[in-house]
Write a protein that binds this ligand. Sequence first.
Ligand code: ATP
Length: 301
Amino acid sequence: LIAFLLYLFYLVAPIGQLVQGFTQVQNGLAAVQRIREIEELPAEEADGAVYQVGRVPAGVVFEGVAFRYGDDRPVVHDDVSFEVPAGGLTALVGPSGAGKSTVFALLERFYEQRAGRIAIDGRDIADWPLAELRACLGYVEQDAPVLDGTLRENLVFAAPDVDEAAIRRVLARTRLEDLVSRLPEGLETRVGHRGIMLSGGERQRVAIARALLRSPRLLLLDEATSQLDAVNELRLREVIAEVAAETTVLVIAHRLSTVAGADRIVVMEAGRVRAVGTHGELLADDALYRELATTQFLLPT
Ligand code: ATP
């Protein structure tokens, strides 16, 4: 029923116009719509859309980017410049409202910056055909929803043509094999609202698996804020490290274990880049980062 309602709302209601007070529904809808918009691309546009190891990772550059959501809205980004090298793990951190999610929205071209340049592989994203741009991006939202349906449906939702071998590779990559073998009907087990409930850690890995099945060259990951037990924390860290070994990962990080393993960390504050460095460098040099590390990031490494 929930899936049906979501679908109905998705059909009839532009997300931005949903009434306030339905925040819960709205968040679910926004998530579903975003997954669809980004991931529901024709297979040929998504470069085969089959999980391939070794697609060339993408590099990203922000140069003097300025942005606000509307003329009457406060400035979100002011002269934001940073680089995400091709391959490896780059973490975005900063207090709430610093503009981290907006970096993702600009990269996905849901909005256009007011000034400055955003380039992927040296090419201004404004010049990319939208389908091509989104075919090279994978997006995993915070506390990703599991849709009402089988685990398989949840995985292949955005890449229906993937073969069994690709699914198996992704299950291994995301440490979901144990879950599949535990479920009574394996991949065909119904999960989500009307089926078996998955833990927060499993949900996030299912969302990562769903994104990986499209072989993104740049994975945008908004890390879940839900607490994870030690095993799930370790698994997530391993999965992110392995994915970052073969593609570029830009993560809005909420976990100490993620930032500690990042190749570089971009610290944002009030719409500006405040510092860039490794965990060790920033702990030594940046007071805000030190504060975030001790008060906001979840769980020790
Ligand atoms: P958080 O960690 O809380 O998600 P953030 O660092 O990701 O914060 P953003 O979500 O990018 O920050 O928000 C930056 C600013 O832009 C905030 O003041 C926020 O209220 C505003 N903002 C975000 N999305 C929109 C939107 N769709 N329309 C208008 N303002 C928005």
